[in-house]
Design a protein around this ligand. Structure first.
Ligand code: NAD
Ligand code: LMR
Length: 339
């Protein structure tokens, strides 16, 4: 019994983390005391590519750090209290940001803007000052606006490098694989789906036609699957009934994306995954940030891939995505300009 569950745990860990030899990589989590921050910190403690972990929150990070630091992996863990943000950012190469409030039933992600915009702006400003070359992974919602907020804040400080700012849309990719695999009756590893656009409702566009299993799903089943991928977050918010939004699956997705970035930073070739970055793909339509497949390399964004052929249905989904995404991006930018 024990042996079987140990094997299962190892198998699932090896799906999350490969075992490439690590260079010295210090990773900070800002918002480490929260629903996402705690399990994300635990998963990053288990990542062999993380050599040092810096945990910061306005509440509770030293406790989380003390707890996580007992896990028997090689990395060092330090927790920082509310007044120690600069110390937490000292010498970090990667900063993951799950700081901010989550949705409750009936709210959209955009409803979080008023609270989270200033949290993310102030954290980005500190990163620009203390660790301006760090790669920044934004989880805090609304991602379609918080990523432009980080970019504009760093640009204002004269330290913005578009290759180093990422919106984490991995949860959409994880959900798309899981839900598609459930319908096709295969393992999720075989049903990997490219999800493009942004991270909220209609801006989430799964390219099912490009997947062997996705392309055979048609009609009402297709419509329901697309809706579930676009509104999977609502499913969790509703089930948690006032206690917040996805935390555990997001921690998994956040650790998965961080690991992919670290593989790229380590010089591994061919690490490709969707992420929301400054992108030329829809610049002609006035949209500067977009999620599509991105190759991650030693300097962050190495190559941004075009979408490839779209089905008629996907063209329609893109029509709904683009205007909303544009609005969200402009809102983030305008916030920093007026700050
Ligand atoms: P939570 O309330 O459980 O945790 C948030 C943490 O942020 C808290 O510990 C809080 O103290 C901390 N915090 C607040 N202001 C801070 C600041 N200035 N500096 C540092 N820490 C600060 O919320 P959660 O469930 O962990 O969600 C966090 C965010 O992630 C929300 O905005 C949520 O919408 C978003 N989210 C994004 C995705 C995604 O796919 N990108 C998925 C799930 C949740
Ligand atoms: C998600 O997709 O689960 C997150 O963006 C959280 C939310 O508000 O739904």
């Amino acid at each position: 019994m024990f042996a079987r569950s140990a094997v299962r745990a190892l198998t699932s860990q090896s799906r999350l983390f490969s075992t490439t030899v690590a260079r010295q990589t210090k990773v900070a989590v800002l918002g480490a005391g929260g629903g996402i921050g705690q399990p994300l910190s635990l998963l990053l403690k288990s990542d062999p590519l993380v050599t040092s972990l810096s945990l910061y929150d306005i509440r509770g990070a030293p406790g989380v750090a003390a707890d996580v630091s007992h896990v028997d992996s090689a990395s060092e863990v330090t927790g920082y209290a509310a007044d120690k943000l600069d110390e937490a950012l000292e010498g970090v190469q990667v900063v993951v940001i799950p700081a901010g409030v989550p949705r409750k039933t009936g709210m959209t992600r955009d409803d979080l803007f008023n609270t989270n915009a200033s949290i993310v702006r102030d954290l980005a400003s500190a990163i620009g000052r203390v660790s301006p070359t760090a790669h920044i992974l934004v989880i805090s919602n609304p991602v379609n606006s918080t990523v432009p907020i980080v970019a504009s804040t760093l640009a204002k400080a004269g330290v913005y490098n578009p290759s180093r700012v990422f919106g984490v849309t991995t949860l959409d990719v994880v959900r798309a694989a899981r839900f598609t695999a459930g319908i096709a009756g295969v393992h999720p590893n075989e049903a990997s789906i490219t999800v493009v656009g942004g991270h909220s409702g209609a801006t989430i566009v799964p390219l099912l036609s490009q997947s062997k299993y996705g392309q055979s799903i048609k009609g009402e089943v297709y419509d329901k699957l697309v809706h579930r991928i676009q509104f999977g977050g609502d499913e969790v918010v509703k089930a948690k009934d006032g206690a917040g939004s996805a935390t555990l699956s997001m921690a998994y997705a956040g650790a998965k994306f961080t690991h992919a970035l670290l593989r790229g930073l380590n010089g591994e070739k061919g690490v490709i995954t969707p992420t929301f970055v400054q992108s030329p793909l829809y610049k002609a339509q006035g949209i500067d940030f977009f999620s599509s497949n991105v190759e991650l390399g030693v300097d962050g964004v190495e190559k941004i891939y075009p979408l490839g052929p779209l089905s008629v249905e996907e063209e329609k989904l893109m029509e709904a995505c683009l205007p909303e995404l544009k609005k969200n991006i402009e809102k983030g930018r305008a916030f920093v300009e007026s700050s």
